[in-house]
Design a binder for this molecule. Structure first.
Ligand SMILES: C[S@@+](CC[C@H](N)C(=O)[O-])C[C@H]1O[C@@H](n2cnc3c(N)ncnc32)[C@H](O)[C@@H]1O
Length: 370
């Protein structure tokens, strides 16, 4: 137990360093402490500024825990972009799937917010209830890369003679400009999760076939939907599907305001694209028409993307196209699997690849010609 106490003393010093350098004393800050269960102390007392709100978050109920997560990999209790600061000390070594958790951290962090993760690089085995990992500086960089967080500092503590533990500290930031680029709509910037040159080249193909009926799977902030609306025909019908939890009243109002000047018919379906009823809703909107364009940009797993491809390709007319986003792998992110499906599709269909730079991580649009 003494070892763990020592470990915490170092953590306190490192977290104090982070607090004093990166947390604005004069601003309201919502702070999430991941793995806050008080084993041998907590960071709560370091975060006592009256403008700051501290939430202790853990998968176990107990001392210093305000929010208990039911699923360690999917934090449905925590909303997107709800914290300014996310801290975590001596927890990441116990987390089963840190490559998933780092993405949840990114999701709940506001743009411009900071993350500080302290985890041991040397430490004796200490199961609570698991002890899975030790973190070296390069590993911390990989974690940040997986989630698209900008690294500010990575510090590896030297092991002190009186202590059998040494920590690595990752300090990273979620960039304010979260998307590769933005499109203007009624004075508002709408983020688009595509590389500009790639989506423009895809747009050229869409314009060539004079698309009038388009389906996008994966709306997110609506960037691609807005792009499609800008390049599609007057009177086009454009349908976009996303999970209900991804949108709120304000974002829905924005999405529904696209295409008005062109008299386009825009439909947002807030339902899992794999539900049979979602397919039926798309068919009801299309009536007897077929799709000119199907664009699949959903959760990037092999199974889900394949299911979307297989289910919705029947709605696309002969001479129409199917676009698959993220055909370029991200070597550090095993959950990005579209490239595996894309390699299968390439064997069976006439295709084209739109990739800005062959050394890039992720992005890339695969175009299937039917
Ligand atoms: C990468 S984003 C889409 C980005 C958007 N096309 C753009 O370029 O601006 C992926 C979106 O797919 C949605 N998604 C994931 N799985 C889904 C599913 N089964 N059904 C519908 N939407 C899904 C997510 O909620 C997320 O908003």
């Amino acid at each position: 137990m003494n070892d763990v106490k020592n470990m915490h003393k170092n953590s306190m010093l490192n977290m104090t360093y982070f607090r004093d350098k990166y947390m604005d004393k004069n601003k309201r800050l919502a702070i999430a402490d991941i793995g806050s269960f008080d084993v041998n102390g907590s960071f709560r007392d370091l975060m006592t500024n009256p403008l700051w709100t501290y939430n202790g978050i853990d998968i176990r109920e107990g001392k210093n825990v305000d929010i208990v997560l039911e699923d360690g990999d999917k934090w449905s209790e925590l909303k997107d972009e709800s914290y300014d600061i996310i801290i975590s000390g001596n927890t990441f070594e116990h987390i089963k799937h840190p490559w998933i958790v780092i993405k949840e951290i990114r999701r709940i962090l506001r743009c411009g917010g900071f993350v500080c993760i302290i985890a041991p690089n040397i430490c004796p085995l200490h199961r609570v209830t698991l002890d899975c990992w030790r973190y070296l500086p390069d590993g911390m960089q990989v974690l940040a890369d997986i989630a698209g967080l900008d690294v500010i500092e990575i510090i590896a503590d030297d092991k002190k003679p009186d202590c059998i533990v040494a920590d690595t500290i990752l300090i990273a930031k979620k960039s304010k400009r979260d998307f590769p680029y933005y499109l203007k709509h009624n004075e508002q910037d709408v983020g688009i999760a595509q590389l500009e040159s790639e989506i423009n080249n895809f747009g050229k193909i869409i314009s060539k076939i004079k698309a009038k009926t388009i389906l996008e799977i994966g709306t997110f902030r609506g960037g691609t939907l807005l792009f499609l609306s800008k390049i599609a025909d007057r009177n086009a019908t454009i349908i976009s599907i996303d999970l209900p939890e991804k949108q709120n009243d304000d974002s829905l109002k924005l999405l529904e305001s696209f295409g008005k000047e062109k008299n386009q018919d825009i439909h947002i379906i807030l339902q899992d694209c794999h539900f049979p009823n979602t397919l039926q809703q798309v068919k009801n909107i299309l009536k007897s028409r077929k799709l000119d364009v199907l664009f699949i940009d959903e959760n990037h797993s092999y199974c889900s993307t394949k299911q979307s491809f297989v289910t919705y390709k029947h709605l696309v007319r002969k001479g129409g196209i199917i676009g698959l986003h993220d055909i370029v792998p991200i070597p550090t992110s095993p959950i990005h699997q579209v490239h595996i499906l894309w390699n299968e599709i390439k064997q069976k269909y006439k295709y084209e690849e739109i990739i800005e730079n062959k050394n890039q991580y992720g992005f890339g649009i695969g175009v299937v010609y039917l």
